[in-house]
Design a protein around this ligand. Structure first.
Ligand code: ADP
Ligand code: MG
Length: 331
């Protein structure tokens, strides 16, 4: 099984930032309100995600490390099962290619810990922790030297992690995020921090975008909210006069999770077409919410691609609602 997990790991975990994504998404799935992420050496030697979510029961710890064991599908999800194509892969994959320690505690029980390194699982033992989970991943890819070479410099990997955490933070404005670089030990250096935002959907999102993308973006952003054929588009899109120079600030989310998708970024360009120039790109943070049967977010586990059943509807919704908002704002 270790061999299978190592192969799967190549799919699920491309680089430290994808490990961070999997671990933070698990924390979010567990209902965490505070998530802190410590990394060292670009995540190559250490990624530690601490959450205050529901925790994992001691007897379920070995299960969390076995392939395709997930607590997240029950009979009622059978209709949407294809959207969970990569369920239950992350922890076994990480445990096959790195040294993974999970410490967890559910309410009303004692904390427990399990370790797995290079696929070898150790017995569960007692631990000390408040309710929640700490997942510590050391020496990513130590067990698969071929993959080690594919990692970029510490600086580049740290940057990719920071981008990923910011995307995840935009998607969950009410959750507190703290990202620290603990290379060299000690308290570390805070690379991103944002307390949970309060208020309604738009207020919280606006506040979080101000924190992540800057006040300037937030003050120059138009509120978008439109629904068509069961697909809702909402978020903020910057006025064409707002410019980040050549830097691209396009953040797209489908059903709450960050995605990268050519069709969606193409729609964004089309909406802003009249205002574009070589150093002027549309800036936006847009969320598409739709029934899971209308979109497959698991085309590839690590690449965050999506496939809409009817891409035309999503594209049309983006183009028309952004054009409409820009026109209303006098552009
Ligand atoms: P998946 O998230 O697709 O279910 P994972 O391999 O990422 O698969 O996680 C396996 C299982 O471990 C999850 O289904 C969940 O029950 C448990 N788990 C993982 N991380 C956490 C966490 N931070 N808090 C609570 N439970 C967790
Ligand atoms: Mg997961």
């Amino acid at each position: 099984e270790t061999a299978i997990n190592r192969i799967a790991a190549g799919e699920v975990v491309e680089r430290p930032a994808s490990a961070v994504k999997e671990l933070v998404e698990n924390a979010l799935d567990a209902g965490a309100s505070r998530i802190s992420i410590d990394v060292a050496d670009g995540g190559k030697t250490l990624i530690r995600v601490t959450d205050d979510g529901c925790g994992i029961a001691a007897e379920d710890l070995p299960l969390a490390l076995s392939r395709h064991a997930t607590s997240k599908i029950d009979g009622s999800d059978l209709l949407n099962i294809h959207t969970f194509g990569f369920r239950g892969e992350a922890l076994p994959s990480l445990g096959a290619v790195g040294r993974l320690t999970i410490t967890s505690r559910i309410a009303g029980a004692e904390a427990a810990q399990i370790r797995v390194a290079g696929g070898r699982i150790e017995p569960v033992k007692p631990a000390a922790l408040r309710t929640g989970t700490v997942v510590e991943l050391r020496d990513l890819f130590f067990a698969t030297p071929a993959r080690l070479k594919f990692m970029r410099t510490d600086r580049a990997e740290a940057q990719a992690i920071s981008d990923m955490v910011k995307r995840l933070a935009m998607a969950e404005p009410s959750v507190s995020f703290l990202l620290r670089d603990v290379s060299g030990g000690g308290e570390g250096r805070v690379s991103f921090r944002s307390d949970g935002e309060t208020g309604d959907l738009f207020d919280a999102l606006h506040a979080r975008l101000a924190r992540v993308l800057g006040r300037d973006f937030a003050e120059n952003a138009l509120r978008i909210d439109a629904t068509r054929e069961g697909i809702r588009l909402f978020g903020y899109a910057a006025l064409p006069t707002y410019s980040r120079g050549a830097a691209v600030a396009q953040y797209l989310f489908v059903n709450g999770r960050p995605v990268r998708d050519k069709m969606l970024t193409g729609a964004l360009r089309a909406a802003y077409f009249d205002f574009l120039s070589r150093d002027r790109h549309p800036a936006a943070a847009l969320f598409i919410d739709c029934p899971p049967v209308l979109v497959d977010v698991n085309v590839h586990p690590a690449k965050s691609e999506v496939r809409f059943r009817d891409p035309g509807v999503a594209r049309g919704l983006i183009v028309s609602s952004l054009r409409h908002a820009l026109a209303e704002a006098g552009h």
